[in-house]
Design a protein around this ligand. Structure first.
Ligand code: SAH
Length: 345
């Protein structure tokens, strides 16, 4: 039996087998078989539905210095902003009217947003929109902090592990950031009953197939409800400014592999994928993704949440973003579902 049949049968492989599988990433017939199986599984659990998440990028202040990220602390050229509670609630109001039933609050690790402040915002959103899910994506916090935010009503948490390989993690982050801390956060979130999203960048500087195999092993071990992967894209104000971006094809290949490994997972076709390829998000859906995350942030701040160069959708109003994505989703045979879109259990 070949390696693809084995993945389809067992939904998992060993480290060595993943490395062998990754060697097939440029083989069109392998890609096609994986894609077919990924779409079959996605359809089995989610039919033709694509869930939308309204992304609210509410602060670009960050205490961390991740080497790849445009809003890292050390970037003196970043124009910093943070939204008020009122502005965040306005984004939700706008989003609710457009049909969003999940709001994702994403930001840098900004000490201004204490547990009390964030919990207050989460409570207000849940009070105003009880039929909506609130997802947080605000980096590493203590167990107690995650517990308070969960208590306040947060349903989900996105925290990409970025890379599950120690050596590679060290190439992407300053020494005070530890892979073990990041992993511990993910386990804490899970224990607290959040629907958890992990994930990694594809093609970040120095990444090897061995590193990606570690990512896949870690995903299988964690068993997250969501997995966010997107290609690395250089940012001009980082040490990786001159590095090559990640590969769209490899990202699509991995979306299919992850759908097969975790059939019920919520898998976004990410903005980074759409940034590197004008049809990237459509291709992501065709590779097994079932989530899109249009931007709900106020247009005047969009450009400042500048994680990487040439990020798309920084000029349009939320309504335009949503309409554009809906058209794109329908053009490839899926439809936008106006519901919370929790993971199937
Ligand atoms: N502070 C939060 C949110 C980070 S921004 C946290 O720590 O989780 C969201 C994601 O953007 C990151 O997890 C990272 O995977 C991605 N990202 C950052 N810089 C990037 C780049 N240069 N190219 C592609 N993706 C990037």
């Amino acid at each position: 039996m070949d390696i693809i049949d084995k993945l389809i049968r067992d939904h998992h492989l060993s480290r060595e087998e993943y490395i062998r599988l990754l060697a097939l990433a440029e083989d069109p017939s392998a890609t096609e078989r994986l894609k077919e199986e990924a779409c079959r599984l996605r359809r089995r659990y989610y039919k033709d539905k694509v869930y939308t998440r309204g992304l609210i990028e509410f602060t670009n202040y960050c205490k961390n210095d991740c080497y790849y990220c445009g809003i890292r602390r050390g970037n003196a050229n970043a124009r910093r902003y943070r939204l008020t509670k009122g502005a965040i609630l306005d984004c939700c109001k706008n989003g609710y009217g457009l049909g969003f039933r999940t709001f994702v609050l994403q930001g840098g690790e900004d000490a201004y947003f204490t547990d009390a402040r964030l919990a207050d915002i989460v409570r207000s959103i849940k009070a105003g929109y009880p039929d909506c899910a609130v997802t947080l994506s605000v980096g590493e916090r203590s167990y107690e902090s995650y517990a308070r935010l969960r208590e306040a009503g947060a349903d989900r948490y996105l925290l990409r592990h970025e890379t599950a390989s120690e050596g590679h993690y060290g190439r992407l982050h300053p020494p005070q950031m530890r892979l073990a801390d990041r992993k511990a956060c993910l386990y804490h979130l899970k224990e607290l009953g959040y629907q958890v999203g992990a994930g990694f960048m594809v093609g970040s500087p120095g990444q090897t197939d061995q590193d990606i195999a570690e990512d896949l092993l870690f995903l299988k071990e964690l068993g997250p409800q969501m997995v966010g992967i997107g290609p690395f894209i250089p940012h001009h104000d980082t040490r990786f400014a001159k590095e090559a971006p990640g590969s769209v094809e490899l990202t699509l290949f991995l979306l299919s592999v992850i759908r097969i490994m975790l059939p019920k997972v919520l898998l976004p076709a990410t903005t980074a994928l759409g940034t590197l390829d004008p049809k990237g998000r459509e291709k992501g859906l065709e590779a097994g993704a079932n989530v899109v995350m249009p931007n709900l942030s106020p247009v005047e701040d969009r450009k400042k949440y500048d994680l990487y160069d040439h990020k798309i959708c920084t000029g349009e109003e939320a309504a335009e973003c949503r309409a554009c994505l809906a058209r794109r989703v329908e053009a490839v045979g899926y439809r936008i579902a106006e519901e919370r879109g929790d993971a199937r259990t």
